[in-house]
Design a protein. Structure first.
Length: 425
């Protein structure tokens, strides 16, 4: 039986490796950095003196691939589900607070209750989202919904930035419609927020590594692939700094790396080039803070801060599509957001506490119509080489769910190829 060589131990790579190991195949993982998880991991921050995530992430009930992955690695109980589905928002300049609380998908009675929708809106305003179902590939959310729509800044914009990491002015209308179909149009259970109370690594990374180690997978860190050699439509060898590693006839290779690295290793990938940043700021406060709305997260309207997450003694602020902030000095970002936080919470929380700014300059591809049109599929021109990553053509946004689904798809292709190729005599 051959080996599946997985290049990259981010969420796509781990997902692929788990599926292949689960199917009984030999797995080898090569990770360029000293740790697994990629953009989705936790680490001990010396300045804050506590464990933090490199970015704030949240699942929803519709994320079936991720839930299956959690079941496979035995960590589903480390993700807390908020029931019933509730999304709290606060608009500081008006002082308005509200909650979006989805209900039945068949007849949306919940929209008739003013306390479950954006203030000043009516059910007809939400029905306008059906226009997205008729969007063409080149259409943006703004072109279909309209920037003067009463929900544009207080619902569609926050969703686009949070899920697509792209401003609604530029985001793909078709992709937003896909998100709505998989969540709000499927009802309350599909919308339930799922929170990583113990951190990203505890739920998504460490259990996967334990599963793979128990499956006798070979995991190598600081093993950066420098190139591949191929001939007659087949990868023959992989080049690492210490030398060449032969790829046997019955082996397969999965590139689960960022788009720019994938293009270096396999130029025919021709991945999307435009990316957008995300900025996260973590504050270590004296005691746990209860956010308006009573949940561990809060959406913000009309501020630089877009989402606040509260976990233990850490307040985490997320700014998606953060092109206007990513080049600002870290101290300036921290001071600016702390001023917003204290105003939002409505009380004096003292001077700037210990903080950490994390900038993911290439957090995701820009999820615009033009960029999405260039997403490659999982197959390549080489029979034993496949590609995985949230940036590939999954039909989903570039999120944890998209990354895991891409890894599972690459695993299926790798396993199918390996079962058809006889071993060398």
């Amino acid at each position: 039986m051959g080996t599946v060589h997985v290049i990259g131990a981010g969420m796509a790579g781990l997902s692929c490796a788990v599926q292949c190991a689960k199917a009984g195949h030999s797995v080898a993982i090569y990770e360029a950095s000293p740790q697994a998880g990629g953009r989705c991991r936790s680490f001990q921050d010396e300045g804050l003196g506590c464990l933090i995530d490199n970015g704030s992430h949240m699942l929803i009930g519709a994320n079936e691939a991720t839930k299956n992955y959690l079941d496979d690695i035995g960590s589903r109980d480390l993700v807390s589900e908020i029931v019933p589905a509730t999304f709290p928002f606060f608009q500081p300049d008006t002082g308005q607070q509200w909650q979006i609380k989805p209900g039945s998908p068949y007849f949306p009675m919940w929209l008739l209750a003013p306390g479950r929708r954006v203030p000043g809106t009516n059910p007809i305003d939400y029905a306008k989202a059906l226009r997205l179902s008729r969007a063409k590939k080149e259409d943006t959310v703004r072109q279909i919904i309209g920037g003067d729509d009463p929900l544009y800044d207080r619902l569609w914009q926050p969703i686009c930035r949070a899920v697509l990491n792209t401003d609604a002015d530029d985001a793909s209308a078709q992709l937003l419609w896909k998100v709505l179909k998989l969540s709000f149009l499927k009802g309350e259970s599909a919308c339930r927020p799922m929170i990583f109370e113990k951190g990203l690594s505890a739920a998504l990374v460490n259990p996967a590594l334990a599963f793979l180690e128990n499956s006798e997978a070979n995991i190598r860190y600081q093993a950066r692939l420098r190139g591949i050699r191929w001939e007659n439509d087949v990868v023959l060898a992989m080049r690492f700094p210490e030398g060449l590693l032969r790829v046997e006839n019955e082996d397969t290779v999965v590139l689960a790396v960022p788009p720019d690295i994938s293009a270096e290793l396999w130029p025919d990938t021709n991945p999307p080039q435009e990316t957008l940043p995300i900025v996260n700021v973590h504050f270590r406060v004296r005691e746990p803070v209860e956010l308006p709305g009573g949940l561990p997260f809060l959406g913000l309207i009309g501020t630089d801060s877009q989402w606040i997450f509260s976990r233990d003694n850490v307040l985490s602020i997320t700014i998606s599509a953060a092109s206007a902030h990513v080049d600002m000095p870290n101290w300036e970002i921290a001071n600016q957001l702390w001023s917003e936080v204290t105003a939002i919470l409505g009380r004096n929380m003292g001077r700037l506490p210990p903080w950490r700014v994390i900038k993911e300059r290439r957090a995701t591809i820009a999820q615009t119509p033009t960029v999405l049109a260039s997403r490659p599929g999982a197959k390549t021109a080489l029979n034993n080489l496949f590609i995985a990553g949230d940036w590939t053509n999954t039909g989903l946004p570039a999120t944890i769910e998209g990354a895991i689904q891409s890894g599972r798809r690459a695993a299926r292709l790798a396993i199918r190829r390996m079962t058809k190729v006889p071993e060398d005599n």
